[in-house]
Design a protein around this ligand. Structure first.
Ligand code: HMG
Ligand code: MG
Length: 309
């Protein structure tokens, strides 16, 4: 079978937006440098497979993330579609924003943390300092008419601090959103979250006035929970889901983080539920097989394995 039998469930959205992070989150942890032309081709293929929103790269310190040191060259290789409003880039500070603007970026993402330790490990800043670093970035980006996403990492557990109280996550979410972001992506950076936890966090955010219309979810699959957690979030009303083609990825500054939810696994589940994504699964699988060839190892996605043979 090349696609699942369709059986819908009540109270699920009719259509969702997949926010594809394979080219950024997927590649940022790769030790061997991937040529910039391969990255550009990867992004073109993802778009051609029907992925509407594709995060392309990060304008961060090349010392911190050597794999993405070619971000300016990459945007230079992409056409208008490859640099548009649906092609966000990560930007931590004003230096990064200047470079992203110079390359014609029209959407950015700042990336905050729910915990003090990860803010220091990932940004070399305290929580307070990191929010202060983002403030002028978000302000200037908005003044320039850019779309701005905020990420919040360690929403479901932190490898150094352990459990992260939901109230702490909610406070951190508001600090990022109060800067003026259009959307917040809730990150399970190390993949330890489970379905009840997802519902409780979404309840707590909703109770404080941050509804699912401004939220996305970003699950890493370290413990095999990413798809279950995503379906829990959809049942709660979330309609923006982050995933990574072929399940590539991980954060270099988060101990034990593996790849994101594989986009193919997500598309298979959504197709079975009759939820529209606009993605051509066969084309996407071919793209992930091609990328796995470039990286020299097979994709961890179950659906890629099942359909590639
Ligand atoms: P720092 O070392 O404190 O930076 O790093 P600094 O401000 O002291 O500057 C040091 C040098 O870096 C200077 O160069 C700067 O110009 C340069 P020098 O003058 O010494 O020659 N520099 C830059 N160069 C290029 N682009 C820039 C830039 N900024 C400074 N933007 C900094 C602070 C924030 C820069 C650093 O910590 C950093 O780049 N961190 C990024 C780490 C990262 O990208 N992590 C992965 C993304 S987050 C993630 O994956 C989680 C997520 O997926 C969600 C989830 O799963 O939870 C989003
Ligand atoms: Mg991530």
């Amino acid at each position: 079978m090349r696609r699942p039998q369709r059986e819908a469930l009540p109270d699920m959205p009719g259509r969702i937006t997949i926010y594809e992070v394979g080219a950024r989150d997927g590649l940022q942890n790769e030790k061997t440098l991937v040529p910039v032309e391969v990255k550009a081709e990867f992004i073109r293929r993802l778009v051609a497979a029907g992925l509407d929103t594709v995060e392309t790269t990060s304008f961060v310190s090349p010392e911190w993330v050597p794999q993405l040191a070619d971000s300016a060259a990459l945007l230079g290789l992409l056409d208008e579609v490859g640099r548009g409003r649906n092609r966000p880039v990560l930007v931590p500070n004003e230096r990064g924003l200047d470079e992203a603007l110079a390359q014609g970026a029209q959407a950015i993402a700042v990336f905050g943390s729910a915990t003090e330790t990860f803010a220091r490990k990932n940004l070399n800043r305290s929580l307070e300092e990191s929010v202060a670093m983002f403030a002028p970035v978000v302000q200037r980006a908005r003044d320039e008419g850019l779309w701005v996403r905020g990420y919040l990492s360690m929403c479901f557990g932190d490898p150094w601090e352990g459990d992260v109280p939901i109230s702490q996550v909610v406070d951190a979410a508001f600090r990022i959103m109060d800067l003026g972001c259009d959307q917040l992506s809730l990150g399970d950076t190390i993949g330890t979250g489970t379905t009840g936890h997802v519902h409780r966090l979404l309840d707590a955010l909703d109770a404080r006035g941050l509804g699912t219309d401004r939220l996305g979810v970003h699950f890493h699959d370290t413990y095999g929970q990413a798809l279950a957690n995503t379906l829990a979030a959809l049942a709660h009303g979330v309609t923006v889901v982050d995933s990574s083609a072929g399940g590539l990825g991980g954060c270099p500054y988060a101990m034990s983080a593996t790849g994101n939810l594989a986009t193919e696994d997500l598309v298979w589940a959504l197709d079975g539920l009759g939820i529209e994504t606009g993605v051509d699964l066969e084309a996407l699988v071919q793209t992930s097989v091609w990328m796995a060839g470039n990286l020299g190892r097979p994709s961890p996605s179950r659906v890629v394995k099942a359909l590639a043979g």
